[in-house]
Design a protein around this ligand. Structure first.
Ligand SMILES: [Zn+2]
Length: 72
């Protein structure tokens, strides 16, 4: 799967990389190069600015707080 998202900083639309589960991941904007978070959800994706996502939707926070090793 991939998704069409809009950068939360500059609003440029772009396709995400392929993903296969519901773990959030970082995207670097193709236009302004700033990093944001994309979290796949049941009906699409949710986009957060880096640092504004709740811990469960933040890849780095998940890794440190929840021990998410990236394996199922
Ligand atoms: Zn951007």
């Amino acid at each position: 799967m991939s998704a069409h998202v809009h950068c939360p900083y500059c609003s440029v639309g772009q396709e995400t990389a392929e993903y296969s589960d519901y773990r959030p991941f970082y995207v670097n904007c193709s236009d302004c190069a700033r990093r944001f978070i994309v979290e796949p959800v049941r009906n699409g994706v949710v986009v957060y600015r880096d640092g504004e996502a709740p811990c469960c939707s933040d890849p780095e926070c998940r890794e440190t707080e929840m021990g998410d090793s990236g394996q199922d």
